[in-house]
Design a protein around this ligand. Sequence first.
Ligand code: SAM
Ligand code: SF4
Length: 331
Amino acid sequence: MALNVDHYNRKITYLRVSVTDRCNLRCIYCMPVKDLKLLNHDDILRYEEIMRIIQAAVEAGISKVRLTGGEPLVRRNFTRLASSICAVPGIKDVSITTNGVLLAEKARKIYAAGIRRINVSLDTLDRKKYAAITRRDHFDDVWQGLQIAEEVGFSPIKLNVVAMRGINDDEILQFAELSVRKPYHVRFIEYMPIGHDNQWNPGKYISSDEIKSRLQSLGPLRKVPVLHSANDGPARRYRFDSAKGEIGFISALSNHFCPTCNRLRLTADGRLRPCLFADDEIDIKTPLRAGCSHEELKRLFWEAVERKPKQHHARFAEKGGCQRSMSAIGG
Ligand code: SAM
Ligand code: SF4
């Protein structure tokens, strides 16, 4: 059996790389305002180190990379890293997840670096509510960033919307209408109890099924056939008739996507994380800085594959399990 196939017959081909734990927003579900613990600069992987890890990752079976964070676009010379990764033989797909605050300024350079697929997080279409959710006033910057990303030619443009009852669930239909007017893939993400200060509680959680049933007032929602072999993610995908875009559901709590999980995560401080929801991590930075061989880096990847759990244990109505926040893991 290939060494990138785990105990549950999942072929691990996808690496999410957190390039920084820093962020220019403070989303209520992700980062605390006070007592935020940030990594020391020396603990964050340098670009040369990320590239060595990616080269080993390719030989270990990885062919798809997503750059995330924290906010990837706040890291200096991000486009230099992006274009180096795009140029690695064997990497077939490089994408980013961003909050979009700096997108207007950086979209062209990112596209020129070779990235074509982009996920932008936007939980509300209301400027005031945006400031309340992110604790920063950048709605117009994100909106402008989206328009420029569209002009530049990114495709698809996915909008990540964390659905929170009593906070933004009154905008579900507006987001769905946006997927009709614009070529955006709107993805409703179930609010996850991740990190120790994420304000999650069962009252704020809203399931994908509930969102889907609310959308029925807009007309029939047709399933988009998904080719898992084509590196499709965990989203269940749908489309309204004559829509330019799509609707997706990422149902981490209500509908485990674990059986099709094909990913590992690399944290900004150089740890390989087999599962988003479990704090098991493999330190790859220490051996790398101690001068370990390429073969040893590959072996650490296969060890992470081997340590992937069958499924995560995050449950509805339960906090904990995972202590790092999404910004620190690389969501
Ligand atoms: N800063 C970038 C951004 O916001 O797109 C990339 C990193 S962020 C951690 C990646 C994704 O994780 C975002 O779409 C964000 O909405 C999502 N996320 C963070 N905390 C979450 C939580 N508690 N539940 C669900 N999604 C969460
Ligand atoms: Fe920053 Fe993204 Fe976390 Fe929001 S979700 S605080 S933008 S890392």
